[in-house]
Ligand binder design. Structure first.
Ligand code: KIV
Length: 272
């Protein structure tokens, strides 16, 4: 395994498989709008996920279920306009791919055509096999998502760690192998024990991307608002915050309010 980092001018689904082969960890972050995506892309993040977590952090919903295909396309097309290097993966939202493979394909085609995205992501394993097959057969790259799959939150009941018990862990391992066999180019593993991530990652040639899956995943993903500390009430163990923007932005905005109220802003140099 080499640790030398190859330069990727544009990251493709093939680059990700190469990175895994070369032992280079993959960085992935969410973005939902043009300005944030520009910053994330300039910082050389390999994969930008237009996640359905937009439903939570952009729209303020409690779950990811309400966001629509049209809304995902809006977010994705804003992100795409900002990108020079990253691979852009877009979540197929709840209800747009589970009921039948033809509808799944129609939804994936809309995302690719109307936003210009490079790939789609879906949650689940054997249950959505036919949908995954149909989308892949049309030449659209698919990323899987196993473990804690937020679109199934009402089935799980809580956001606690998944696949701690043998039966669920075994199903997850089988699902991961199935997704690879079908032709997926990567799999997100959310909130599962680190040892299970290790076992799954070692059993696959395609990369795993962890969020709360520990250090053995081939890459890591976080929600950008969490990494920057814009959200402050969400504090899972797996989250490393690199800034406290909730406080810093709040302080900046309070200073602006104070300056307007005190007539300090605008001053003579800040007017025409
Ligand atoms: O929607 C999202 O942001 C995601 C990540 C948490 C992996 O699916």
């Amino acid at each position: 395994m080499s640790t030398a980092k190859k330069e990727y001018k544009r990251v493709t689904v093939k680059s990700l498989v190469d990175m895994k082969k070369n032992g280079e960890k993959i960085s992935m972050l969410t973005a939902y709008d043009y300005s944030m995506a520009k910053i994330v892309d300039n910082a050389s993040v390999d994969v930008i996920l237009v996640g359905d977590s937009a439903s939570n952090v952009m729209a303020g919903h409690e779950t990811t279920l309400p966001i629509t295909l049209d809304q995902m396309i809006y977010h994705a097309s804003s992100v795409i306009r900002a990108i020079d290097r990253a691979l852009v993966v877009v979540d197929l939202p709840f209800g747009s791919y589970q009921s039948d493979p033809k509808e799944a394909l129609r939804s994936a085609i809309r995302i690719m055509k109307e936003s210009g995205a490079h790939a789609v992501k879906v949650e689940g394993g054997a249950e959505i096999k036919e949908s995954v097959k149909r989308i892949l057969a049309a030449g659209i790259p698919v990323m899987g998502h196993l473990g804690l799959t937020p679109q199934s939150i009402y089935k799980f009941g809580t956001y606690t760690v998944r696949a701690k018990e043998d039966v669920e862990a075994e199903k997850l391992k089988q699902d991961a192998l199935l997704l690879e066999k079908l032709g997926c180019f990567g799999i997100v593993l959310e909130k599962i024990p680190a040892n299970l991530t290790k076992e799954v990652s070692e059993s696959l040639t395609i990369p795993t991307i962890g969020i709360g899956g520990g250090k053995h995943a081939d890459g890591q993903v976080l929600v950008i608002h969490d990494l920057l500390g814009m959200t402050h009430e969400f504090n899972p163990r797996f989250l490393r915050r690199y800034m406290n923007l909730y406080e810093e932005m709040g302080n900046a905005i309070s200073s602006y309010v104070k300056d307007v109220k005190s007539r300090d802003f605008p001053n003579d140099d800040e007017q025409y």
